[in-house]
Design a protein around this ligand. Structure first.
Ligand code: 3HC
Length: 644
């Protein structure tokens, strides 16, 4: 099938094949066929000496068309078969130059590697991100990449899924030349210098030492716990060094197909589309223009305030920070300095970049210095009266059009808006701790928050590299509201006989980053207690733990014994728990891991359904994204509301 997404045209002795399949030139049905037809037209034309393949718009091919995958899984479409087409490109009798810009990812990089030479704009990103969809490269990437860059680097790209820059790609031999300025002109000029094709499949492989492979395997096990694709990618890339090319391709195809038909890919593809769905807001008219955020300001220099300041500084937005206590402000500024020094020391940032970022964070003596800010975020203690006072002051100092946001995790945004004369500009921006690490941002929409303000928050989140999910203004919003009954379910399991570490282990084995009781220790058991009291909820064994002075990680004792970040089982806890249950007359029983998971996640889902019914979340997938990006829920399980 010929696709009108691909066209070709002669530039004297070079044929230029252009892919134009917006938005990202994905390999939708017919696109690769079109490229092959173009390449073969070039070969057949006696006046053509070489072919250049280039993407129209903002990018080269960003991958296979992911929208096709669910159809393949459902049996509505046959399995992808890109390899025979790529082989025709590779076998072309004249040099084929792939001209890359934007993102050459997945099937895009695989197409590029089936060409004979690659040139790239210096801003290009290249990668095999399939593991992020629960897959491995399925169009020869596991076999061609090690032939171009060696087994070890191919493993890094295919196992972890992170892209490399064009500059690195040149050093590695994946890209032959960088083009400054006009990519097409550069690619055509490069093509004219070539004498003959160079097939990637014929290159010899640089093997990797066994220890290097083992280290990558260990890192994948640790960082990508529970996921099948990374370890499969490792095996298949390593096979390139053992099998011949065609055997390697066949092995890759078998594993790709089994992963594509398995549950993890289904869940991760759901998350991929979910991340793009959550930003679509039916109540924001299409023509809405977000306001510009050039400067931000933060009230409160505690853990959250500092962390939020880093988010802005890292994204290039100058940010002021103030605190009622001058000592707290001083400590925050020291902490920022230390944070960036640490990043330089551990080679996470070059020194100049760290200095630029640190320079964007400045201390202010008082809110009165925030008159230039386009956004002020309140991050003071979770006390409604204190917060209302801060909002009234924000209203007094802020310029017209400035967004006034609260970082509250539970409180009523409308009550805060009521303390100002501009409720349309007030919203919740609930960052998660540590704010510069966690990707989730709950954007809380008050009764009067204007669509323009919400649109501004969504655009800001994109700049901050956050995943923003809009939540309705009800106690706990989406995430914390659901977390409470989930944690209570875990506590009930303990009360009925399961030891705390057994409960957490069951949840962690299911795939969550941390069990709910350990999370309680991180937050502080006194916090959970205060919430239960406030809500008039019955006492639990957690209250009994608090009474024995166990407050969580902060004093080294909670559900666990803590040494820094290391937790261990505490026999004292077992005693308190047993005594409490006996006093309450609660019959003790044993639990299977399955029962624990069903009870805890069942409670989470049940609350999720209420959150949906009440319109606090717009769609079920919004809840999934909140949990994947804010609560350590494994993407490969799709999120609490995803039913596979
Ligand atoms: N297939 C289908 N649609 C895709 C797509 C793909 N590979 N990549 C992006 N899109 C769509 C998005 O769903 C979105 O659609 P929408 O506007 O209707 O919501 C639109 O393109 C724009 O995407 P983003 O909002 O993500 O745009 P950005 O500019 O922020 O990012 C990107 C662009 C870096 C290309 C990012 O979209 C991305 O990472 N895409 C996925 C890349 C990927 O995983 N490729 C591998 C696919 S699997 C594969 O190739 C298998 C092979 O080995 C056989």
């Amino acid at each position: 099938m010929m696709s009108n997404a691909v066209t070709w045209k002669r530039d004297l002795d070079v044929l230029v094949v252009t892919i134009d399949n917006p938005p990202v030139n994905a390999l939708s049905p017919g696109v690769l066929e079109g490229i092959v037809e173009g390449v073969e037209a070039g070969v057949a034309d006696e006046e053509v000496r070489a072919v250049v393949v280039i993407g129209a718009g903002k990018t080269f091919i960003a991958g296979a068309d992911i929208r096709e995958f669910p159809k393949i899984m459902a049996g509505e479409r046959p399995m992808l078969s890109l390899n025979p087409l790529l082989e025709r490109i590779e076998n072309a009798a004249k040099p084929v130059v792939m001209a890359l810009h934007g993102t050459a990812l997945g099937g895009g990089l695989e197409t590029a590697m089936a060409g004979h030479y690659r040139v790239a704009a210096s801003s290009t990103q290249l990668g095999q991100p399939e593991v992020k969809l629960g897959l491995i490269p399925g169009a020869g990437g596991t076999q061609r990449l090690p032939r171009l860059v060696g087994v070890e680097r191919a493993l890094e790209l295919c196992v972890f899924g992170n892209p490399v820059t064009a500059k690195e790609a040149v050093d590695w031999g994946l890209v032959d030349a960088l083009v400054d300025g006009d990519l097409l002109a550069g690619a055509v000029a490069y093509a004219r210098t070539l004498q003959a094709p160079r097939r990637t499949r014929d290159l010899t492989i640089e093997s990797a030492p066994e220890e290097a492979i083992e280290m990558i395997r260990e890192e994948a096990r640790r960082r990508m716990r529970g996921q099948a694709a990374p370890l499969s990618a490792l095996e298949v890339v390593c096979a390139a060094d053992i099998f011949d090319f065609d055997e390697g391709l066949a092995f890759e195809a078998r594993i790709f197909e089994s992963l594509l038909k398995g549950p993890q890919a289904k869940a991760m593809i759901h998350v991929f589309f979910g991340e793009r769905e959550v930003v679509k807001l039916p109540f924001v008219p299409k023509e809405t223009r977000p306001r510009e955020i050039r400067r931000a300001a933060i009230v409160g220099a505690g853990t959250m305030g500092r962390g939020i300041a880093l988010c802005f500084a890292n994204a290039g937005v100058p940010v002021q920070i103030t605190d009622a206590a001058p000592a707290a402000l001083g400590a925050a500024l020291d902490w920022v300095k230390h944070h960036y020094e640490h990043a330089v020391k551990h080679k996470r940032l070059p020194a100049e970049e760290a200095a630029r970022r640190a320079g964007r964070i400045t201390g202010a003596r008082a809110l009165t210095e925030f008159g230039e800010a386009d956004l002020i975020i309140e991050a003071v203690s979770e006390d409604p009266e204190v917060k209302r006072g801060v909002f009234a002051e924000m209203d007094r100092v802020a310029r017209p059009g400035c967004l006034l946001a609260s970082n509250t995790s539970t409180l009523d945004i409308d009550a805060l808006a009521g303390a100002t004369g501009r409720p349309g500009d007030v919203l919740g921006l609930h960052f998660f701790s540590p704010a510069s690490v966690m990707r989730l941002l709950e954007v809380v929409r008050g009764a009067e928050t204007s669509p323009e303000v919400i649109a501004t928050a969504m655009e800001l989140a994109r700049r901050l590299r956050k995943v923003a999910v809009v939540a309705g203004n009800k106690f706990g919003f989406i995430g914390n509201r659901m977390f409470a009954p989930y944690r209570e379910a875990a506590i009930r399991c303990v009360q009925e006989g399961a030891l705390p570490w057994v409960v957490d282990q069951a949840i962690e084995n299911y795939g969550l980053a941390m069990g709910p009781l350990a999370v309680g220790d991180l937050a502080g058991l006194d916090i959970g207690r205060a919430i239960r009291k406030e809500a008039g909820m019955p006492e639990t064994v957690e209250d009994a733990l608090c009474e024995t002075g166990r407050l969580g990680q902060k004093n080294g004792r909670g559900w666990y014994h803590w040494e820094g970040n290391r937790r261990s089982a505490d026999p004292g806890v077992e005693q308190v728990v047993r005594a409490w249950s006996e006093k309450q007359g609660i019959a003790q029983r044993t639990f299977t891991a399955r029962e624990i998971v069903d009870r805890c996640l069942g409670a989470l889902r049940a609350e999720g359904r209420k959150v949906l019914e009440e319109g606090v979340a717009l769609r079920a997938v919004d809840i999934d994204i909140v949990y994947v990006h804010g609560y350590g829920y494994p993407a490969w399980r799709g999120g609490p509301m995803f039913d596979g």
